[in-house]
Ligand binder design. Structure first.
Ligand code: DHB
Ligand code: FE
Length: 293
């Protein structure tokens, strides 16, 4: 059977993509940020999975106000980098995993979560910047990726609780796929940031670090936090953080306990934790959690 071996959490700031594309990663402003991901790129080389299930948000690139799926699973064979206004980023095409994606769609929809199935979609910085941070800038991404887009742009957005429970269902779905695949689940976006209005530029270091603590040790409790707390404490775009609860819900200490005959797996191991301000308008947070064997 397939297994979720680890979860990765990271911010997706578009200016990080521009810094990579324009060769600015060694500049004094960016150097400390990229240093925080050196461990991660090495870890990724040593723990390259067969598939990454990548939870991210589209920023009105693939979707627009014409159509707003709350949860959308990419089932295509490939996904092109989107044109976000300056032409598509010079990064590799994302290769999908249609068989596993279709299985997860079947399992999760039958488990009462209504996903939108997307057979054609371009992917923006929400997906490509986390891939760069973890994998560098290779000529091809190291493995197939299943894009899973969450609406955190246009209200109403899904609750943390719903995201956490969806993560449990995704964990169950992966572990019932009949092939010995090593699967990682990534939760991306955040941390605190607000891009508009009188509070533009808001950063809340204390709240962000408490979020990281609770995501590790008390995800169930964290999942009950109402969306207004994210917006009040972490800014209007801080709501992107609900996506981290999808990845956390799929870890075996949570998802196995939610199976009918299941006993929870052991707590995951924190192999890396990093937090950095500034990066454009956003506080950057990053965690790698490994599931127990
Ligand atoms: C910024 C952050 C985001 O999450 C985003 O989608 C766009 C811009 C920023 O910090 O500038
Ligand atoms: Fe964003």
């Amino acid at each position: 059977m397939a297994r979720i071996t680890a979860s990765v959490y990271t911010s997706h700031v578009p200016a990080i993509g521009a810094a990579i594309d324009l060769g600015k990663t060694d500049e004094p402003y960016w150097q400390p940020l990229f240093k925080g991901y050196e461990f991660s790129r090495q870890w990724m080389k040593e723990h390259t999975p067969d598939v990454i299930f990548l939870v991210y948000n589209d920023h009105a690139t693939a979707f627009s106000l014409d159509m707003i799926p709350t949860f959308a699973i990419g089932t295509a064979a490939q996904f092109a980098p989107a044109d976000e206004g300056w032409g598509p980023r010079p990064v590799p095409t994302v290769i999908g995993h249609p068989e596993l994606a279709a299985h997860i769609a079947q399992s999760v929809i039958q488990d009462d979560f209504d996903l939108t199935i997307v057979n054609k979609m371009d992917v923006d910085h929400g997906l490509t910047v986390p891939l760069n941070l973890m994998c560098g800038s290779p000529p091809a991404w190291p493995c197939p990726v299943i894009p899973f887009a969450v609406n955190v742009v246009q209200y109403p957005v899904p609750s943390g609780r719903r995201c956490f429970n969806l993560g449990k269902a995704i964990g169950r779905a992966v572990e019932s796929f009949d092939a010995p695949l090593d699967v990682q689940i990534w939760g991306t976006g955040g941390m605190s940031h607000q891009l508009q209005g009188p509070r533009a530029g808001l950063i809340n270091k204390e709240w962000d670090n408490r979020f990281l603590d609770r995501l590790i040790a008390d995800p169930e409790g964290l999942s009950t936090m109402p969306h207004i707390d994210y917006v009040r404490e972490a800014g209007s775009e801080g709501i992107e953080l609900v996506m981290w609860l999808i990845a956390r819900g799929a870890m075996s200490d949570v998802s196995r306990g939610a199976m009918p005959d299941g006993s929870p797996g052991a707590k995951p191991t924190v192999v890396h934790r990093f937090y950095h301000v500034p990066a454009s308008n956003t506080a950057v947070g990053h965690l790698i959690l490994e599931n127990a064997q």
